[in-house]
Design a protein around this ligand. Structure first.
Ligand code: ADP
Ligand code: MG
Length: 271
């Protein structure tokens, strides 16, 4: 179980998460929606332990462990996985080497090469990705859709228990969507827990969420069943303002200049 209580998180001096309360029980599939720029990706990054965000208040409990006390690698070993909205290109790191290292670090003894290649080959086949791509540097020069499929391939290989997917459907054509949805459904059938961010009912209809939550201005403003994502798909977010009195305008002013890719030393010199 993933239990988030009164979570506040900032980047620089800008507060993005402003008191998130959200619980995802084992085996649930939660659809997380919300207008752009209101903190969905930030929430997923904070759960996984992205160092750019500072948690200033609140807690995240994962299967009884205080998640915020763990570094990112231990969160991964504890069973968490994040399929990123914008997967990074890692020049110089061969994909197969990366997967081998990621798998072996979770084991007492390294996997035999034979077992590893069998596993890898099966995963590539299931995802409909040519096996030659395992020889290329991780995500380097991959198309948007190839990067997203690759995230799901990693999910399959690492066998996490709780899976966070951030707009995994963006950049995917219809065929790739079906491959991804099939992989998600197989994991669901095996009892895995999902938190899935998307703007589109198309993906949700394929993976049938058990719950829906909506994030506005860094807070969860409404929760419900699958009917909630369907309503948002047909009506948008305006009714949330009308019926629940929630302000949909972004509370913060112009964007903070600090970004994830910024060089901290250069910024310090400017000051
Ligand atoms: N590294 C960062 N530096 C400054 N602002 C950021 C950074 N990361 C995210 N933000 C801001 O935080 C807000 C929430 O972003 P995000 O979590 O990506 O929203 P969503 O995923 O809901 O579209 C946005 O205003 C975004 O510009
Ligand atoms: Mg996002």
């Amino acid at each position: 179980m993933l239990k988030i209580v009164n979570l506040h998180a900032s980047v620089g001096d800008k507060e993005i998460l402003k008191g998130v309360n959200l619980t995802v029980e084992d085996g649930q599939t939660l659809a997380l929606l919300g207008p752009n720029g209101h903190g969905k990706s930030t929430l997923l990054s904070v759960i996984m332990g992205h160092p750019n965000f500072t948690v200033t208040e609140g807690s995240i409990e994962f299967n009884g462990i205080d998640l915020l006390s763990l570094p990112v690698d231990q969160r991964s070993k504890a069973g968490l996985f994040l399929g990123m909205q914008y997967p990074s290109e890692i020049p110089g790191v061969n994909s197969a080497d990366f997967y081998k290292a990621a798998l072996n670090v979770r084991r007492d003894k390294p996997m035999s090469l034979f077992t590893f290649y069998n596993k890898l080959q099966t995963a590539y086949k299931e995802m409909g990705i040519p096996f030659e791509m395992s020889n290329r540097n991780l995500n380097e020069g991959f198309s948007g859709g190839e990067k997203k499929r690759n995230e799901i391939l990693q999910m399959r290989l690492l066998e996490p228990s709780t899976i966070l997917l951030d707009e995994i459907d963006s950049g995917l054509d219809v065929d790739a969507m079906q491959v991804v949805a099939k992989a998600i459904n197989e994991e669901k059938a095996a009892g895995k827990t999902f938190l899935i961010v998307s703007h589109y009912a198309r993906l949700y209809d394929m993976v049938t969420p058990t719950h829906t939550a909506v994030m506005v201005n860094g807070r969860i403003v409404v929760e419900g069943g699958p009917d909630l994502y369907k309503r948002i798909d047909t009506e948008g977010y305006e009714w949330i303002k009308r019926e629940l009195g929630v302000n949909l305008e972004k509370e913060d002013g112009p964007m903070n200049k600090v970004s994830i890719g910024v060089c901290a030393t250069k910024e310090a010199f400017k000051k």
